[in-house]
Design a protein around this ligand. Sequence first.
Ligand code: SF4
Length: 251
Amino acid sequence: MTPIQTSQIWNLWHGCHRKSEGCQNCYVFRRDAQNGIDSNYVRKTASFNLPVRRNRRMQYKIPSGTEMMTCFTSDFFIEEADAWRGEAWQMMRERGDLSFFIVTKRPERIAQNLPGDWGAGYGNVIIYCTMENQRRADERLPLLRDLPLPHRGIICEPLLGDINFGDDFSSWCEQVIVGGESGSKARICDYTWVCHIRSQCVAAGVSFHFKQTGAIFRKDGRIYRIMRRIQGEQARKAGIDYTANHFDNNG
Ligand code: SF4
């Protein structure tokens, strides 16, 4: 893959529908509500063609090597976007010099919505699936495992309970990212759940990243209320990230 130089958010469409427990306090709905916007209305954004925009000299505005973080205010595989997704895939194909990071809670919709020339997958597209508790891991792990994806991983954020991944995720999962929930209605994230996931990753040789603690963090039975701006720093201080040697084993 192209070495990553910078990151850029690419919100192709805006709006979503709550899908599972992790969506309960979704920041998209929170923020839209403050502005009187109905989050359930899904629409294309003005940034839709961002990766292929050119300057007056006909050069791409987004520099080669940029990591495009897609759909932070929607879900890339949401139904309403079915008519627009083909064009999105085309842009990803055209910009083979960028990498595209997609996170979804809808792995059951991926297979039917891959482009016709996907084959074993575009090497510059990385798809992560969110699994916030055991119920969603049981549902989504087999779906994610069986897809033809060259780069894929798991996000447990907001982590709402302990999760057992089973023993076959090392052959296809590149990384597991874990984090708590933010906001005034945040639910507890317990450090024992985080450590249990980490130990499964280490045993399986899968990279692990503890991204942030969330606002309500429980450690050794004590509850800590953690301000947003230091949630990432507190997670880093735990010093439990793990990088597997064969991180690129699927590529
Ligand atoms: S899938 Fe993501 S964007 Fe959509 S409601 Fe759930 S948390 Fe929000």
